[in-house]
Design a protein around this ligand. Structure first.
Ligand SMILES: Cc1cc2nc3c(=O)[nH]c(=O)nc-3n(C[C@H](O)[C@H](O)[C@H](O)COP(=O)(O)OP(=O)(O)OC[C@H]3O[C@@H](n4cnc5c(N)ncnc54)[C@H](O)[C@@H]3O)c2cc1C
Length: 546
């Protein structure tokens, strides 16, 4: 029998729904958190803004949407039965299949019965006297719980371009993360897409195949490398399933929870011909090998990075027919791998098509969006459909959109104004009983692996509280200071920390988001996991309980 000491009392006269735990978000994180909370005997409610489960894979239905983690490393590993039941169809699963997978999980474990959809959480306020959180939805509905879990996603707060006239466009305009549930038909249409980040890199080749004409508005090119996706046959899938334990063990043993492991040799110590051959091999292989299985120092050392950057630039020049366009597609302001590398399928070749035009916004900036299309400093382009592939307010964006207030009405948004302050990414400083799945300052990488680890850590903490009759947990300031310092120090040697990206918290479409912040633990994930384990084994002395 689960210990019920954490179950909050429920005053009969109180009209506000009362739970032991509230979870915000029904993506991969929220689904698994609910599963574990149920096991611990906590009466739990999940509030989700969307109309169903799936998070990223519910919202992002744009053409070409798929992940670039190997499918068979991406699924949950907690249930052997589930592992046996599901067959991935492709090595890098497309969005519809991933959503099918998550639906199977939700059905199998009957998760929806504790979930409330179409329920955006607007505010969460801590009531110190009652020792609980009051959550207010956009509808005005309220609910209370002793524990509040955020599972709001690192890439869920989508951002639209800060360009005048956006509302005036007459045709349909879509953000990829708010894509219609019915596929958009681009046949015979003139399409304009703003942005050349990871999403656009997936969508452009697909839209180009259908549209009459596609114009790509690029402010800042991104490095990208081939995905080399392929289908998985029945026999191959059976073979993969028999290796599940080995695969997950391998992920646990790498810094970022992927199967790829960096080569410890120094780039410039390796003979040029051998280096080229190694890079050719990595470039021809599926997945993130070219980024994560490369020489370790390409992400640390300017000269090593310059060498791989030149190699990848050469590939772009080979793949794009027009040297002037190739040159525009080659980033000049950051080296290869210093931003998360989008993996692509025919992205560069899309620019060889007659129906695709690249507009460089450094030469001719956008002045406004008009009823008919987009006006740059040079001319007006007319469109039937616009796509705003302008990304997300990464990591902290979804937190900022909720009015979270701790003791004394202190706002999380203010406490984190210059950067998050957390202990291990599990809890923000000074907010009792607020627990974060995949919070800022955790070690991320292959996300579901990080999610499972995070959920297990938080469940372990709750179990400990149940065993000791504690009802309140808080961070200790000295530990937060120590962890924040560790996180910042771990980022310093990385070339990526000197580059603007969603991972360093920069998004020019969001006010106040032009200064870099450290948003994740970028040290070795293996060390992070060891530290979490030590803390659990040591009886969570780093936290304060009541
Ligand atoms: C296009 C795309 C491709 C990706 N590819 C990969 C990949 O290859 N590998 C990888 O590891 N990761 C990838 N990711 C990251 C991806 O987000 C994670 O893999 C994973 O899906 C995150 O799950 P989550 O539950 O933590 O967050 P999400 O899936 O983002 O779910 C969070 C949920 O919280 C809800 N929510 C947020 N705020 C509120 C609120 N105030 N009230 C109510 N509900 C709220 C949202 O609606 C959302 O449904 C990708 C992300 C995107 C956008």
């Amino acid at each position: 029998m689960p210990d019920t000491l954490l179950v909050a009392e429920r005053p009969a006269e109180d009209q506000v729904a009362q739970y032991d735990a509230i979870v915000i978000g029904a993506g991969i994180s929220g689904m698994f958190m609910l599963y574990r909370l149920r096991e611990l005997g906590l009466i739990t409610r999940v509030f989700e803004a969307g109309t169903d489960i799936g998070g990223t894979w519910y919202w992002n239905r744009y053409p070409g949407a798929r992940f670039d983690s190997e499918s068979w490393t991406y699924g949950y590993s907690f249930s052997e039965e589930l592992l046996q039941e599901w067959d991935w169809k492709e090595h890098f699963s497309p969005q519809p299949d991933t959503l099918d997978y998550l639906n199977l999980v939700a059905d199998k474990f009957d998760l929806r019965r504790d979930m409330q959809f179409g329920s955006t959480v607007q505010a969460a306020h801590w009531d110190d006297a009652a020792g609980q959180w009051t959550v207010t939805l956009e509808s005005g509905e309220q609910a209370r719980a002793r524990f509040l879990f955020t599972a709001v996603g690192i890439l869920s707060a989508h951002t639209l371009p800060a360009i005048p006239g956006r509302e005036s466009f007459r045709g349909p305009a879509y953000h990829p993360a708010r894509w219609p549930h019915d596929p958009v038909d681009f046949t015979g249409k003139r399409v304009g897409i703003i942005g050349t980040g990871a999403t656009a890199i997936q969508a452009i080749p697909e839209i180009a195949k259908q549209a009459k004409h596609l114009t790509v508005f690029q402010r800042r090119p991104n490095w990208a490398a081939p995905l080399h996706n392929s289908r998985i046959g029945k026999e191959e899938m059976t073979a993969i399933t028999t290796r599940d334990d080995e695969i997950y063990a391998r992920c646990r043993d790498t810094p970022s929870w992927f199967i790829h492991k960096a080569d410890p040799r120094k780039t410039l110590d390796v003979a040029p011909e051998e280096r080229e051959a190694f890079w050719e091999k990595l470039y021809a292989e599926p997945g993130f090998g070219i980024w994560m299985g490369n020489f370790r120092d390409i992400l640390l050392d300017e000269k090593a990075n310059a060498a791989i950057t030149e190699f990848i630039a050469g590939k772009i020049r080979q793949r794009v027919n027009d040297p002037k366009i190739a040159d525009k597609l080659i980033p000049k302001d950051h080296g290869f791998g210093t931003r998360r590398v989008p993996l692509e399928s025919g992205y560069f070749e899309a620019y060889n098509r007659d129906n695709v035009l690249l507009v460089d916004l450094n030469e001719t900036p956008i002045e406004r969006i008009t009823p008919d299309g987009i006006e740059t400093s040079d001319k007006e382009y007319e469109f039937d459909i616009l796509v705003y592939a302008t990304g997300f307010d990464g990591v902290t964006g979804a937190f900022d959109r909720i009015d979270i207030r701790g003791p004394g009405g202190v706002r999380l948004r203010d406490v984190w104004a210059d950067g998050p302050r957390t202990y291990l990414g599990w809890m923000p400083e000074g907010f009792p009983n607020l627990l974060m799945v995949l919070g800022p300052h955790t070690a991320r990488g292959n996300i579901p692996r990080a999610v499972e680890h995070g959920v297990e850590c938080l469940s372990g903490l709750l179990e400990f509280m149940q065993a000791h009759n504690y009802t309140r947990v808080e961070t200790r300031p000295e530990r937060v200071a120590e962890w924040t310092e560790t996180v910042i120090k771990a980022s310093e040697p990385l070339l990526s920390s000197k580059v603007d990206s969603w991972q360093t918290g920069v998004n020019r479409n969001v006010e106040g988001r032009s200064v870099r912040r450290v948003l994740g633990y970028n040290g070795n994930g293996v060390h992070y996991r060891r530290k979490c384990e030590e803390i659990a084994n040591g009886g969570y002395r780093e936290f304060a309980f009541r």
